[in-house]
Design a protein around this ligand. Sequence first.
Ligand code: ZN
Length: 398
Amino acid sequence: MGCPGDIVHIANWNMPQGVGRHTNGGNYDDGLYDPVNFRGGAENLKAMIRQIHDDGSLVSLYTIATYLPRASKLGREIGEKVCQIGGNGKPVADATCFFPCLDAWQDCYIAALLKAQRELNADVIYLDCYPFGKWSNACYSKEHGHEVPLNLNRAQHRLLAKLRAKLPSHVAIWGEDPCMDYDCDLMSGNITYYYTTIHEHRARSYDIDDAANRDFYRPLQNIQRYTMPQIKQFGFPCGWVPSGPVVNEVNALFFNGEGTYDCGFMLFDSHYRARLRHWLQIQRALPDCFTSSAPKPLAATAAGEIYANEFSGNNQTAWTLWNGRFSTYRGPVLRVPHVEGAHYYDAWNATPVTLERDGADDILSVAEMAPQGLGCIVQYFGPLPEGLPKESVMESVK
Ligand SMILES: [Zn+2]
């Protein structure tokens, strides 16, 4: 993609010989998450991580707190004790999936993560399925020491708080879904799926008419991106599902200034990857803008069905643009107060912005936005920020 990954996320590293993939490589069949369970041996795993660090990327370890096969060593030891108990007082049928409501289980899991982080020098710990509760989450056990029925939000917060307190402060924690607001001081980020409206693998579709009945294609927004900007969002388009590679809906990740979980061909088809490469280049050139603590959603624009989000950085500002029309757009997109010395660059089309003074304002126009397409305007002072695209997307495809 023309740039190194910021983070290399390692899954399936805890998979001792003889264990299948049925639990995402996240099971505890050999007791605990332990580097010795890496199929290639702990020393090879450590060497690989050193190489990743030498190449300038960070390392994230996949873990999951909610899988514990009954047949596993730990499952045999404490499985029944940690099992979710239904309202009828019996273990939930066929459960290989346990909610971490038991303190003993939480402490066991946390001890394993601390050891793995320490031995592997990992920078990030990933908690798959966090926050939990995708299924019925009430536990009625009177043996677990929690209220009956369980308040899952409280139980998982306790797990997270203990882990955060014990991990070195430079180690980030991220999870699979948006966290509760009262978890947000403890989390660094999460995967997000809000834009995957083409299928319902992760989220229900937006209630929108068929395209034939729609006049416009309004932007897909992620409210957490703006209400908790310190929690970094990484879009994962779930391309492995039969619906296949993604369409324009992933444009939302650029429009909302979010990270991308993966750039592989199973997630982004070849046609789209040129666009993805282009937006990654823009994001990497303006890190202070896209990590801003005060991103502004749906800033005012100068044209109907043209939408903008505003990301102010260190003496520079990026506006990401979304064309809600089913037609190409050329013309004014933003009206901003005139600022002496400010320059404007159309980073999407890789060309200076056409600027027209109107009283106290400047009106900024783009050369072109494709139907349902993206755009980006950068306000800067002095020389053009390094690293921004010098070619438009179509030229990059050649
Ligand atoms: Zn319980």
